[in-house]
Design a protein around this ligand. Structure first.
Ligand code: NI
Length: 254
């Protein structure tokens, strides 16, 4: 059993073969999927998919790259969507210094508002962090009682320890399968299974041997296999423990 805790099958990249993609995931042992929203359109689509399939769950949030565009009205809509029973987390939200460093304050503000919603509704955070370990940590560490996950984590082992201390899980994605991904492999080796989730982040970052092509939820199996290899533990332990971690974090009853 596998839980892809981060996929974007709610985007146009899957508009022609969505049904096929979902079936292929199911056939490859993916028992549950979390479809992650990052703007109005993808938030809405995530909810529609969660309503249609009982094994799909949704998240709603605003991506840091859009922080300048987000208004109070947007947050009113988000807060309403968050109360949907199949919306199990807030995000993806966070900090991104890779694409643009010119509106850090706006990013921090939009992130903080989503952290506050996470605490208010007791729904965990899906945290995006790109070239922004320090500022992401500084924003998060202002709060107590956090729950959530550092999605597709590419930071250092040292930072991973600090995020775990804040109460967060670390999610491993397809990058761990890349030959040159030394730090990601180190993180997978260091993490104990009880702090780990796995994901695809499809359509992005497809694992080896699909690198460069469109990613899809069935490939989460390749992530679990690589973690099993790196840690020298049975595949089934990686699959089952990360699956159960996800049920616990997202408060999903089977
Ligand atoms: Ni994502």
């Amino acid at each position: 059993m596998l839980f892809d805790t981060h996929c974007h099958i709610n985007t146009d990249k899957f508009k022609d073969d969505l049904e096929k993609t979902i079936n292929s995931a199911t056939k490859n042992g993916v028992k549950k999927m979390l479809v992650v929203g990052f703007d109005h359109k993808t938030n809405e689509n995530a909810i529609l998919l969660a309503e249609k399939y009982d094994f799909i769950y949704a998240t709603v949030g605003f991506h840091p790259s859009d922080a300048k565009k987000i208004s109070d009205k947007d947050f009113t809509i988000l807060e309403k969507q968050l109360q949907h029973p199949k919306v199990v987390a807030v995000g993806e939200c966070g900090m991104d210094m890779y694409w643009d460093k010119t509106f850090v304050d706006e990013q921090i503000n939009v992130f903080q508002r989503q952290i506050e919603l996470s605490l208010k509704y007791s729904k965990p955070l899906i945290i995006h962090m790109r070239d922004a370990s320090e500022v992401t940590y500084n924003v998060l560490s202002e709060y107590n009682g956090l729950s959530g996950v550092m999605h597709c984590y590419t930071g250092s082992v040292e930072m991973a320890k600090m995020f775990i201390k804040l109460g967060l899980y670390i999610s491993i994605g397809g990058i761990v399968t890349f030959k040159n991904a030394r730090v990601s492999k180190e993180v997978a080796e260091f993490l104990t299974l009880d702090k780990m989730l796995i994901e695809t982040d499809s359509p992005y970052l497809a694992p080896h041997p699909h690198r460069g092509k469109r990613n899809e939820p069935s490939y989460v199996k390749l992530v679990a296999e690589e973690v099993s290899r790196i840690k020298g533990i049975p595949y089934i332990d990686v699959a089952e423990t990360t699956y159960n971690n996800a049920l616990k974090l997202f408060n999903i009853k089977e």
